[in-house]
Design a protein around this ligand. Structure first.
Ligand code: APR
Length: 246
């Protein structure tokens, strides 16, 4: 599947012209770093039932299974690193008018690659806290199944489990930024999960989708680039440099 060069050119022009670009990413932004997504052929939910491991009920009644599932994910994220597409987005935050990244991802790869203004809509794996009182704790203590040093309860990663509320501040900031954006780029998400899948329809400006597979649901995109996030971001960045040198 080849992306049309004219589409790459078009997106590069829109980014250069934009006064307020916002990025909205999902798990497809990290698969080329070696972090599996959820609903693709190799996705996590193809092998594991999320209701078995990624719910409050699982945390409270199947802690060993819950702990094993998230420990594997934490170790994989620690072992891998953000690919060059993440570096392009961090560069655009400094050189273009990219004002914010809203992400569903919990790997903190946007921050690790140098993006500053990042809203974590589903929390972060490494933001470990205790279940009873929310006392913060280290990733190492979680991996070693240590109890909370302050109250003795079990530890959990700081990700939003199915059925839990999203972090209010991140949600409001992301919504605000998207509503004010003149360009929203949606990268690597199936837009299957509520309420974040409502965000694209809140955009007032242009909406661009960069995704490997087709998206279900009735969304309006001004441009669709079907393919690899890392390659497309690098190709667009190359075009921006060429356009600026003209
Ligand atoms: N380049 C571009 N798109 C990609 C790539 C890639 N290298 N790899 C995968 N994709 C696309 C897939 O085609 C798919 O449409 O990314 C999308 C990933 O969709 P999901 O696996 O559903 O991930 P996401 O949309 O982020 O899931 C949302 O579901 O389980 C919850 O909390 C979890 O945050 C997650 C939420």
């Amino acid at each position: 599947m080849m992306v049309q060069d004219s589409d790459i050119q078009q997106l590069a022009r829109w980014i250069v012209q934009s006064k307020k670009t916002v990025i909205f990413t999902g798990a497809g932004m990290s698969t080329e770093s070696g972090i599996p997504d959820f609903r693709s052929d190799q996705g996590l939910w193809k092998k594991t039932d999320p209701m078995e491991v990624a719910t409050v009920e699982a945390m409270n009644h199947r802690y060993d299974l819950f702990h094993e599932f998230y420990s594997i994910r934490i170790k994989n994220v620690q072992k891998k690193k953000p690919h060059t597409g993440y570096s392009v987005l961090a560069e655009w935050e400094k050189k273009e008018n990219l004002t914010a990244v809203a992400t569903q991802n919990v790997d903190r790869y946007h921050r690790k690659a140098g993006s500053d203004n990042v809203y974590e809509l589903h929390g972060a794996l490494e933001a470990v806290r205790c279940i009873r009182a929310g006392h913060s704790a280290s990733v190492e203590d979680f991996l070693n199944k240590q109890p909370c040093s302050q109250c003795g309860s079990s530890l959990r990663p700081g990700v939003v489990l199915f059925g839990e509320m999203l972090p209010q501040q991140s949600w409001e900031n992301a919504l605000n930024q998207i509503q004010q954006s003149d360009l929203l780029m949606i990268i690597g998400t199936s837009l299957q999960v509520h309420p974040v899948n409502m965000l694209p329809s809140m955009a007032k400006g242009k909406v661009v989708l960069i995704n490997r597979d087709d998206i279900q649901g009735s969304y309006h995109f001004d441009l669709i680039l079907k393919g690899s996030a890392e390659k497309i971001l690098n190709d667009v960045n190359q075009r921006i440099k060429e356009q600026k040198n003209q």
